[in-house]
Design a binder for this molecule. Structure first.
Ligand code: ASP
Length: 334
């Protein structure tokens, strides 16, 4: 049915007890040994890293992106599975999705329970991911987890501990895996892929700053002082902050910094409704609203735009292009 390459990066699916807590330390071969293979699937393992995903850097993520592209250069490969820590899975998956233009599916998966746990979720998630990679086409990058298949774009970790850990809070899953079959009933809308970026000597710094009652511009200024070339303002409500933050955004944009506007609310789009420091003023100051993308993926879109272009105008355009896709909709609700 398919020749699948499994790229392993660590996470709970590769984690064992370290004496004081769990951490990733198993290699790809050990991770693969935990799961049965769907009938007709053969697997080759690329043992890329074995780290807890909060420790991942842009350098790791760009190495993963490059490895996916190198793997797909072989026409004999039918699909890819990436095993990954769940904490930052949505970020790596979205980075790969933004640069993916291939009919073959790249499937991210992981686990909420460590390797070797009786009734742990890792083996079933891995099996479902292999089946999805082997049997689907044209979905871009997806997340297979707890029996569901989600588009990478828009999907976030929504549960710290529960097995059904991923969802797009503003959309619907693309499908599900049941009784050994992948049923896909929605297709993601994806913008044109960005070209594969060169590995920069030093990755651009992109910070996130969250607004809250009593919030001022100090952290945003600190990010800029630390050399941030991009900032995600994680605003309140539909994308609102204060007149002081609007002024700081305006001066950052004037200095060539790419500013994206997301929200700390779990679901719904950033929308220009309010003035006096609201999204109306932040957008007028040059912040780019990120629709329904949450902060982690908005940050990845900013990073990808910085890597894709050099001038502030071209970067803004690249960011807008990367954002220009609606969340997956069920045909019934279209
Ligand atoms: N802390 C882990 C990680 O992201 C969590 C997980 O994999 O579920 O690596």
């Amino acid at each position: 049915m398919g020749r699948i390459v499994v790229i392993t990066t660590g996470g709970t699916i590769a984690s064992r007890w370290q004496g004081s807590g769990f951490a990733a330390d198993a290699d790809g071969r050990e991770v693969m040994a935990t799961a049965p293979l769907p009938e007709g699937v053969t697997v080759e393992v690329v043992d890329l890293f074995s780290v807890n995903s909060p420790r991942l850097t842009t350098a790791h993520q760009l190495t993963l992106l490059r490895t996916v592209h190198e793997t797909l250069a072989d026409p004999g490969v039918d699909g890819i599975v990436v095993t990954h820590g769940t904490d930052t899975l949505e970020e790596s998956a979205f980075l790969v999705d933004l640069h993916h233009e291939d009919e073959r599916t790249v499937v991210f998966t992981g686990a909420q329970l460590p390797m070797g746990t009786e009734d742990g979720d890792g083996p079933a998630n891995l099996y479902d991911a292999l089946l999805t990679a082997a049997t689907t086409r044209g979905l871009g990058v997806v997340v297979a987890f707890a029996g569901r298949v989600h588009a990478a774009r828009g999907t976030v970790k929504t549960q710290t501990l529960a097995a059904d850990a991923f969802a797009d809070p503003s959309g619907v899953p693309l499908g599900r895996v049941r009784f050994g079959e992948v049923a896909v009933d929605a297709r993601p809308r994806r913008p044109e892929a960005l070209p594969l970026p060169a590995l920069p000597e030093r990755a651009p710094r992109v910070d996130m700053v969250m607004h809250h009652a009593d919030g001022d511009a100090v952290l945003l200024e600190a990010a800029l002082a630390a050399g941030a070339q991009g900032v995600v303002l994680v605003a309140t409500g539909a994308g609102n902050a204060t007149p002081e933050i609007v002024a700081a955004v305006e001066s950052a944009v004037a200095r060539g910094v790419l500013v994206a506007l997301s929200t700390r609310v779990p679901a719904g789009p950033v929308t220009e409704i309010y003035t006096h420091g609201g999204a109306v003023d932040l957008v007028a100051a040059g912040a780019v609203p990120t629709g329904t993308l949450r902060a982690g993926q908005a940050r990845i879109a900013v990073l990808a735009a910085l890597l894709a272009a050099d001038s502030p105008e071209a970067r803004t355009e690249a960011l807008r292009a990367a954002l220009d896709a609606a969340p997956a909709k069920h045909p019934a609700s279209a």
